[in-house]
Design a protein around this ligand. Structure first.
Ligand SMILES: [Zn+2]
Ligand SMILES: [Zn+2]
Length: 214
């Protein structure tokens, strides 16, 4: 599997494009915030001869979904989100406006993400881990074979996601980290929703929220 990272919109959301030799690709957290960013993503897809088949949201916060409408209108793509964040996703435009951003509502998702679900594209697969705490419906996408995990806003380099937004819960995020993240192999690469990639090993050393589960 190959991975391309874009940093989109003023909140610098990590938008991930994942693909394999079949050229089928998955887009995780489409954060394109303006036409220029949409064009950059579209050009990358065309230049690499990729076929977008799945749009996944790690959670329903507007900054991670500003490009959903563009993607759905441009490609024949299915979108999935956990049921816990479906209502929030439907309110994208209103919530964005309350933070001073203008964006379109995404079309309703085509399917639900659930803990333990396996998502298939090309010859590859991703495992869904339900990891609430930053929001009710926060999930991670894990590839044990390729040793990486996309964590959304659950976990960042040396930090964790906010728990003071609607649906956030500190006890829940700590439980998600202790039960779903800390047990992963130390060489697992972490691709977060904002900021640089890291690893489980680094976070066990540097991240005070994870270190306590050693
Ligand atoms: Zn978030
Ligand atoms: Zn975010």
């Amino acid at each position: 599997m190959q991975i391309k990272i874009f940093y989109f919109n003023e909140l610098r959301v990590c938008t991930y494009v994942l693909w394999d030799d079949t050229r089928e690709c998955v887009i995780v957290d489409c954060g394109c915030g303006n036409e220029n960013e949409c064009s950059r993503l579209q050009k990358f897809i065309a230049d690499n001869n990729l076929k977008p088949v799945l749009l996944l949201n790690t959670h329903g916060h507007f900054d991670h979904a500003m490009g959903n409408a563009f993607l759905a209108n441009t490609y024949n793509i299915k979108s999935y989100i956990h049921a816990g964040d479906k209502e929030m996703l439907a309110q994208t435009a209103n919530i964005a406006m309350s933070f001073g951003y203008k964006t379109k509502n995404p079309p309703p998702p085509d399917g639900k993400l659930e803990d333990g679900q396996i998502l298939h594209f090309g010859q590859s697969q991703l495992q869904v881990l339900h990891t609430p705490g930053h929001s009710k419906g926060s999930v991670c996408f894990y590839s044990p074979e390729e040793h990486f995990i996309l964590t959304g806003d659950l976990l960042f380099q040396a930090c964790i996601g906010r728990t003071d937004l609607p649906g956030g819960d500190y006890d829940e995020i700590m439980e998600s980290l202790s039960k779903k993240i800390a047990p992963l192999p130390e060489n697992t690469v972490i691709y977060p929703g904002h900021g640089p990639a890291t690893t489980i090993r680094e976070e066990k050393l540097m991240n005070p929220y994870i270190a306590e589960f050693n």
